[in-house]
Ligand binder design. Structure first.
Ligand SMILES: [Zn+2]
Ligand SMILES: [Zn+2]
Length: 202
């Protein structure tokens, strides 16, 4: 698949066109190429993306998920919650990793676009005309690589993770399926967190 098709598919998956998802696609592809990895081999990859919660530009994470195949559903991506636009991609099989960071050289230009001025005024991205969305995408997509990212060295770095728990149980109160580590004991019965009345843990 050529890069233009990957971008189009990634934006379709994301649901709108924006600078941050486009940056995620470019940086994700760069990280994959630095490691010589393919999305079909995503099982051997793990991504740590530095975005946080409840801030602009989290769309970056969708570009990373789409290009690396590391997804929240598979559990091979996580946020470090630093509010930054960078990703460290680990190749578990070869014990190597690379960090790719977004460079903010274009932020003034991006901020001056009709898309970003409307977003700042509270207009949802989905209500901004296609051509105004594409202007922001093209700024990030067509810029020279060195203007939008810093690709770090590929370094030996192992990724170790806890073993996946594959046991499930049925909550004694609501009858719904629960992964075993999330069961709680309340009044002598094994129940889900919601039925236990205990506070949720992060
Ligand atoms: Zn977005
Ligand atoms: Zn329950």
């Amino acid at each position: 698949m050529d890069d233009t098709t990957i971008l189009a598919d990634a934006l379709a998956f994301h649901g709108h066109r924006c600078w941050a998802s486009t940056a995620g696609v470019r940086l994700g592809l760069a990280a994959m190429r630095a490691l010589g990895a393919s999305r079909a081999g995503a099982k051997q990859l793990h991504a740590v993306v530095e975005i946080g919660d409840h801030h602009g530009g989290m769309c970056f994470g969708d570009g990373i998920q789409f290009t690396t195949g590391c997804t929240f559903g598979k559990g091979n991506i996580e946020k470090s919650r630093e509010g930054k636009f960078a990703v460290t991609l680990f190749d578990k099989a070869s014990g190597r990793a690379v960090r790719v960071a977004y460079r903010p050289t274009l932020q003034a230009q991006i901020g001056a676009t009709a898309f970003m001025r409307k977003r700042a005024a509270g207009v949802p991205a989905s209500q901004i005309p296609d051509e105004e969305q594409m202007e922001v995408v093209r700024l990030v997509w067509d810029a020279p690589a060195e203007a939008v990212m810093t690709v770090g060295p590929v370094e030996p770095r192992a990724w170790s993770e806890p073993e996946e728990v594959v046991r499930f149980a049925v909550c004694a109160r609501c009858g719904e399926l629960v992964a075993e580590p999330y069961l709680r004991v309340a009044e002598g019965a094994s129940v889900c967190i919601a039925c236990s009345g205990y506070p949720q843990q992060g």
